[in-house]
Ligand binder design. Structure first.
Ligand code: NAD
Length: 353
């Protein structure tokens, strides 16, 4: 197990990043530097409470800015860099792909270049220390494209991305693997399924549906609503990223999913079922205060919309001793409550969106 004493996290003000930082700071002896550009999706409100911890530091920086990132890496001297910074919303990638190419492809290329130079410098001082440095790159199940019912992608399956978002994430993954093969750079790729939970930007399905339901507004549902996603609670995802950083083997990829073959029962939810569960959860939160029931409104399907994502995560369960802990029904109800109770955060996010 690697100790994770000094961890640089890119994109720490985002949804998964802000949960990961909390998990890292809960470990004794771990110091964290959050390097984040604070785009519309990066909310300082998601991390302000961490500032009181002397083991936490924030710096505003862009992953495409090599000089700035190199300066922070040289100063902080991380043993681990966890790369989460990305443009992450599929609909935005369809409307405007350029920002996705910039951050997800160029940004990852920059992180790799800076990390390689840093490793080279460290290896001149001490080869063993250089060998123990790790880059952890966070990918997505969307790189595999849509899978037929009953099929689960295993690590190493063919990439088949459908959206500009998933295409740029796929390109980033290939760059990371190329650094392993070309420069012998030890990196671990973590590939989680769709996350949900507190502090997710309200353009994404679960917070969007929750907030609409809380306000008695119609909840938009793409197409027939029968698309299947594997929903992983963000705390489970963050635990998986930490496990991969601690125990993942260099050069390997680890899938993180809530539902994986061999697990009983396989529990796959359509988007319609998710949205209905959120509508029910918000109705329960508001019982007495309101008589209205949330309405689901069908809207035209997203172009290129994948029907089903599914990952086999037995490797992470076996090798990292990781497993998801939250059943979706429970997690959704708890998440709906979080959005109902954190209106100041919601207002801050909506001012940015
Ligand atoms: P997010 O959009 O909530 O946060 C992204 C963060 O990156 C923000 O804080 C933003 O300010 C920062 N950022 C964006 N561009 C930047 C740049 N050029 N330089 C520095 N920082 C920049 O995203 P998220 O949902 O937390 O996702 C984090 C990572 O996990 C991404 O790489 C994403 O592709 C991946 N992922 C997300 C999910 C999910 O369901 N949310 C699932 C699988 C994989």
């Amino acid at each position: 197990t690697r100790p994770l004493q000094r961890v640089l996290v890119t994109g720490g003000a985002g949804f998964i990043g802000s949960t990961l930082l909390r998990r890292l700071l809960a470990r004794t002896g771990t110091r964290v530097l959050n390097y984040d550009a604070l785009t519309y999706a990066g909310l300082i409100e998601s991390v302000v409470d961490l500032a009181a911890d002397p083991r936490y530091a924030f710096t505003q920086g862009d992953v495409v800015d090599a000089a700035r990132l190199a300066e922070e890496v040289a100063r902080f001297r991380p043993d681990t860099l966890i790369h989460l910074a990305a443009e992450s919303h599929v609909d935005r990638s369809i409307a405007e792909p350029a920002a996705f190419v910039r951050t997800n492809v160029e940004g990852t290329a920059t992180v790799l270049r800076v990390w390689r130079d840093y490793r080279d410098r460290v290896s001149h001082e001490d080869a063993a220390t250089a060998d123990s440095l790790r880059l952890v790159h966070v990918s997505t199940d969307e790189v595999y494209g849509s899978l037929p019912v009953g099929e689960f992608a295993v690590e190493g399956a063919t990439y088949n991305p459908s959206s500009p978002y998933s295409a740029t994430k796929a390109a980033a993954d290939h760059l990371v693997r190329s650094y392993g093969r070309t420069y012998g750079m030890p990196a671990v790729i973590v590939c989680p399924t769709n996350n949900y939970g507190p502090r997710q930007f309200p353009e994404k399905l679960i917070p969007l549906a929750t907030l609409r339901a809380l306000r008695g507004e119609p909840i938009p549902l793409y197409g027939d609503g029968q698309q299947v996603r594997d929903w992983l609670h963000v705390e489970d995802c963050a635990a998986g990223i930490v496990a991969a950083a601690e125990r993942g083997r260099a050069g390997e990829t680890y899938h993180l999913s809530a539902t994986s073959p061999g697990e009983t029962p396989l529990d796959e939810w359509s988007n319609q079922r998710v949205v209905q569960a959120l509508a029910d959860a918000t109705d329960a939160l508001q019982s007495g205060a309101s008589e209205r029931r949330a309405l689901i409104e069908r809207v035209a399907d997203r172009p290129g919309h994948d029907r089903r994502y599914a990952l086999d995560s037995s490797k992470a369960r076996r090798e990292l001793a990781w497993r998801p802990t939250r059943p979706l029904a429970e997690g959704l109800a708890e998440t709906a409550r979080w959005y109902a109770e954190n209106q100041a955060w919601v207002a801050a996010a909506e001012r940015r969106g």
